[in-house]
Design a protein around this ligand. Structure first.
Ligand SMILES: [Zn+2]
Ligand SMILES: [Zn+2]
Length: 111
C-alpha cells in the first residue's frame, strides 16, 4: 500500500508505535493505518447482527398466525371456527395432512 501525503505529496512512510501503525511524512503529517483484520471483524459482527435482526423479525412473524380460517367444528369445545394448514409428513407422493386449530380453545387436531 503506497500513499502520498495530502499536504505535500511526498511518499508516506510506515512507522509503528504502541502496536499501531502510522503513515508519516517528513512534513509532520501522519495518519493511523487501521488494522485490516479489525475492519473485517467489525464487518462480520455487523453482518451477524443483521442476521440476528432478520431472525427476530421472522420469529415475530411466526407468532402472528397466517393460517387461513375455516369452518370446522372443534372436537373439544364445539366452536365452529378453526385455523387450518397442511403438513407434508412423509414423501411428496402422499397427500399432506390437514391440521386444524380451534381459534377459541387453541386445541389442535389433525384429520
Ligand atoms: Zn507531507
Ligand atoms: Zn375449541
Amino acid at each position: 500500500m503506497v500513499e502520498f501525503c495530502p499536504e505535500c505529496s511526498n511518499l508516506l512512510r510506515k512507522r509503528k508505535a504502541n502496536e499501531r501503525s502510522f503513515l508519516v511524512c517528513k512534513c509532520g503529517y501522519q495518519h493511523e493505518i487501521l488494522d485490516n483484520n479489525l475492519k473485517i471483524q467489525k464487518s462480520v459482527q455487523k453482518k451477524k447482527k443483521d442476521l440476528e435482526k432478520n431472525l427476530v423479525i421472522i420469529s415475530e412473524e411466526d407468532k402472528i398466525s397466517v393460517n387461513p380460517i375455516t369452518k370446522k367444528e372443534c372436537p373439544k369445545c364445539h366452536n365452529k371456527v378453526a385455523e387450518t394448514w397442511q403438513v407434508q409428513i412423509r414423501s411428496s407422493d402422499e397427500p399432506s395432512t390437514h391440521f386444524f386449530k380451534c381459534v377459541k380453545c387453541k386445541y389442535t387436531w389433525r384429520e
